[in-house]
Ligand binder design. Structure first.
Ligand SMILES: C[S@@+](CC[C@H](N)C(=O)[O-])C[C@H]1O[C@@H](n2cnc3c(N)ncnc32)[C@H](O)[C@@H]1O
Length: 353
């Protein structure tokens, strides 16, 4: 049936309502109010909930009522007590919610909304500095458990030689390593290999060094993958260079791909971990999460990497074809692109020098 004027208007009204609800859910998530409510087996008063959550009763009251009218929390017939039904808890409490990451990110990534509006304008700036907390939240996702999952579910089935090479002894670089979680995770597992972490942000490298506790096979350096001063120092040094969720953020991805080609030994490989999206907007429209990825793109990728008219930042929804064509142009051969098919929409790109 064709979409009517009324039905579309209704849909947009619901989107706006849910937009406010998103912020209400974020408050509940960030202040652990859902976790607090999940500790109660029966309806409880505002004061009891507020005391347990260590929050002011008046704010809790307003928030609880918002959750009731949104059909998240239930209220008793006297309208004085509140309860979070058991079947709603898995979607909301911090240990089991699959939305935890986005609920933490949305309020922070949109902090510079006004600045983003200026970036859109012809006479406005090209980019701005995203709030530092955004990086912190993004970084919090890639824990040791996450990397163990990537080893088992991504590399083992799609690049099985990776693990055996690390066991045998190779040189590996994590480009855009942030605070070094992956480098230290691998360095502690594979003692015969040498691991290098490089990041453009000096604070991250300081944190990585502090965490490393003099791990004998791990080193960290400040550097920009698009700058010759960084890459010349590591010329023809690595068997593997991995880039996890970095390539699509770069101002000049082709330049970065060429620099990585120079940093690899002959036969060395670049491994990109990216979002698994198509290049066709119509095909991506069938995937609801694409809206979220465009949100990341606007509020984070473009607004931190679009430095000038000539910037080529790909954004999160570049599509797998784009990675292949840029790597081919940079001189790589045998480029394989694997869709992992998991809930993170992980894409693995393996390209050989
Ligand atoms: C989204 S974070 C991903 C961090 C990490 N790879 C992970 O998967 O958790 C992007 C990282 O790339 C780094 N980065 C951005 N541009 C860079 C560049 N030109 N050279 C090196 N690192 C860069 C950022 O500082 C940040 O730590």
């Amino acid at each position: 049936m064709a979409e009517s004027v009324e039905s579309f208007k209704n849909r947009i009204n619901h989107v706006v309502i849910d937009g406010f609800l998103t912020y209400g859910l974020a408050i509940g998530h960030q202040l652990r109010l859902f976790d607090t409510m999940a500790e109660f087996d029966e309806f409880e008063s505002i004061d009891t909930i507020a005391r347990k959550a260590n929050c002011k009763a008046r704010y809790i009251e307003e928030w609880l009522k918002m959750m009731v009218v949104s059909h998240v929390v239930e209220i008793d017939p006297t309208e004085t007590k509140y309860f979070l039904p058991t079947h709603r808890r898995p979607a909301l409490v911090s240990t089991t919610s699959s939305c935890s990451f986005d609920l933490s990110l949305i309020p922070v990534i949109t902090l510079h909304h006004e600045g983003l509006l200026e970036c859109f304008k012809t006479n406005g700036p090209y980019c701005l500095t995203p709030p530092a907390k955004v990086d912190e939240i993004i970084g919090s996702r890639t824990t040791n458990e996450y990397w163990q999952y990537v080893l088992d579910q991504v590399f083992k089935p799609y690049a099985p030689e990776f693990q055996s090479d690390l066991e045998r002894g190779v040189s590996f670089c994590d480009m855009g390593c942030a605070s070094g979680t992956l480098v230290l995770f691998l360095a502690r597992l594979f003692h015969n290999s040498k691991f290098v972490g490089i990041d453009i942000v000096s604070d991250y490298i300081d944190q990585a060094k502090a965490k490393s506790n003099c791990q004998h096979n791990a080193e960290f350096f400040i550097g920009n993958v698009m700058e010759a001063e960084t890459t010349a120092r590591f010329s023809v040094q690595f068997d593997y260079i991995l880039m996890s969720l970095v390539f699509h953020d770069l101002e000049q991805p082709l330049k970065a791909a060429k620099e990585m080609w120079h940093m690899l030994k002959p036969g060395g490989r670049v491994l990109l971990l990216e979002f698994d999206m198509e290049s066709s907007v119509r095909e991506n429209a069938a995937v609801p999460q694409t809206t979220v990825l465009y949100g990341y793109s606007l509020y984070y990728c473009l607004s931190s990497a679009l430095l000038s008219e000539n910037s080529q930042c790909l954004g999160t929804v570049a599509g797998k074809g784009k990675f292949k064509s840029l790597l081919t142009e940079a001189g790589f051969r045998m480029i394989n692109v694997y869709s992992i098919g998991d809930e993170n929409r992980t894409l693995l790109v393996v390209a050989e020098k």
